[in-house]
Design a protein around this ligand. Sequence first.
Ligand SMILES: Cc1cc2nc3c(=O)[nH]c(=O)nc-3n(C[C@H](O)[C@H](O)[C@H](O)COP(=O)(O)O)c2cc1C
Length: 322
Amino acid sequence: MEIKRLRLGGILLPSNVFMAPLAGYTCYPFRMLAYELGAGLCFTEMSSANGLKYADRATRRLLHTTAEEPVRAVQLLGGDPAVMTRMACSELLKDFDIIDINMGCPVPNVFKSGEGSALMADQKRAAAIIRGCRKSGKIITVKCRTGIREEHMFAAEFVRMCEDAGADLVTVHGRSRSMMYDGACCYEEIAQAKAAVSIPVIANGGIFSAKAAEEMMERTGADGVMIARYALENPFIFSELTRKPIRKTTLQILLEQMELTAADYDETFTIRYIQKLASYGMKKRKGTKRYKEQMFQCGSLEELREIVVQIFSGEAEGEYGT
Ligand SMILES: Cc1cc2nc3c(=O)[nH]c(=O)nc-3n(C[C@H](O)[C@H](O)[C@H](O)COP(=O)(O)O)c2cc1C
């Protein structure tokens, strides 16, 4: 695919290959890894605007970043324009350059509360949220789907509304809410969304190889791609697509992730995160049940470190998890 730098306001993104927001995964260490490997933009996992006001330990963990992070983007989830505006403008988000608004989450509880993908069914409220968040003076991006139901997709109309309300970029996940995370992505819907606006449109959904990223770009004409689950399985997808030379093994990456996480987060979080990441790293292998069981029984970081070394020693550079 054609790799290009994208300009968003005063920020020049390193590439047009984005890392998707992923609840439970896109913590600061993982975002730093994705940037190192060539990602052009990474996001925090979704943070509920209603929940942020409590500013508790979990919130601080979600919002953790440092000046070292190349571009700092937070994703907000919420359905009330007043609450979203207040949060977007709040001191809590002072370190972030970009606010992404979640208009795609399909989870029943979120949908029932009028948040996430429910905003696609209420474009007036969605527009009010975008206009409100713009008051923060930050760059505003939106992540949406192709619609609510598979039989009625309207990505172009929705993306046009986002542009009119002041969004700087939109990512379209090529599935409707009813499709959740399965089924073929609708390239045509993303292509129509891209053709309908002049702001950058990023295509997301079902990219599980470099070839699939290529096909997504060709069939949609999008300005870039966003990768979610496959980046957990194989973070080297970023260096492969951007042709950034990286000489690291899976083991090195996992140990670095462990160290970076342990420096900023508590041991329970670090253990859980590394267990999940290492499991994804073993996805392509056969006969890993025993390893996974061992890993998930670990009670300390020391123990986990030993098992990770045992499992991932001997892998070649740039061959994640093979
Ligand atoms: C475990 C998991 C967590 C997710 N968390 C978020 C999130 O916090 N915010 C969001 O906008 N999308 C979230 N998504 C959706 C992804 O960003 C992405 O749109 C979706 O997985 C499709 O991309 P893929 O086919 O490349 O995985 C999540 C998906 C998964 C599987």
